[in-house]
Design a protein around this ligand. Sequence first.
Ligand code: OGA
Ligand code: NI
Length: 366
Amino acid sequence: MEQQANGASSFASAVSLDQLGMSSIPQRYVLPPSQRPSPHIPISTTLPIIDLSSLRDQSLVSRSTINEIRIACKEIGCFQVYIAPAKFEYAPNVINHGIDQSVMDEALEVATEFFNLPNDEKMSLFSEDVHKPVRYGTSLNQARDEVYCWRDFIKHYSHPISDWIHMWPSNPSNYRENMGKYVKAVQTLQNQLLEIIFESLGLNSNYLHEEINGGSQTLAVNCYPACPEPDLTLGIHPHSDYGSITMLLQTRSGLEIKDKNNNWMPVPFVEGALVVQLGDQMEVMSNGQYKSVIHRATVNGDEKRFSIVSLHSFAMDRKMGPAVELVDEQHPKSYKEFCFREFLDFISCNDITKGRFLDTLKMSKP
Ligand code: OGA
Ligand code: NI
């Protein structure tokens, strides 16, 4: 089996390996023992689940919610948000607050259908070039990863949507419509969340408003097939995301984050909730007050898992650095400026399991 999987072509996606019905995974997916997912030790930290229902009717987010978010950002760099279903019919012009369950379900539906397509169809979007705005692939960086991870993905640029939607998959036929609705809703939510996060840092909630509106959004739609040997491999290697924040919708548990004590902590699956993770840009912008969260995905032996991951950042060539308001004598500037393109250049030349991009930005104390 192994021979067949590795030798058939240079590309064997995790989904296509799953379809072969193997009882073991090819050697290329087997992690060294120290990097394998381990049985969990009891967790001392709990991941907050924050109710953002007040965003639905444009009422202000309370001080206590801002405080909850501040603590989650400072302590963990990750939290879940939940928006209770609307209890009332709001005036029709009050839209775009919260993401309806049906929008999330319909996005997951087309994600599932996409990965069920015949291999040839998906391969028409295949690329190893991390700079491509739309690409289908496997592992994390197939061209660089020494050990592959057990996932397939379709990634596409998503904001402003009119620039990109014509390049997205056209099959299933409702992919663009369903994913488009989700992408717009999540973009609105990230604007609102960033305002809250900036406030929680003591910055103006309108901080870099223009840059954020003109920023980039990349959607990574991931499929982690059931795996015959889930203890030997991972769905995605440990990494932090490059952007300001990431919002993740998942169909079951599997995501794990590294806590302050360097322990892996599973993120529980909460129906209707989105996981919010801080990325490298937020660590840089906050001058290290908030840290980007290192995370990975495990796989399981029973069922496929899907996630839809929305990565938000400043525009491709817009350099950003620590907010000047957060730099003073006690808190000297600790990171160099960077832009999204520099991150892409980094990952196209490096195996990110061997060194973090963020570490290349850290400045030594004067
Ligand atoms: C990612 C990611 C984790 C998951 O796509 O950057 O971290 O659970 N995904 O899908
Ligand atoms: Ni990630």
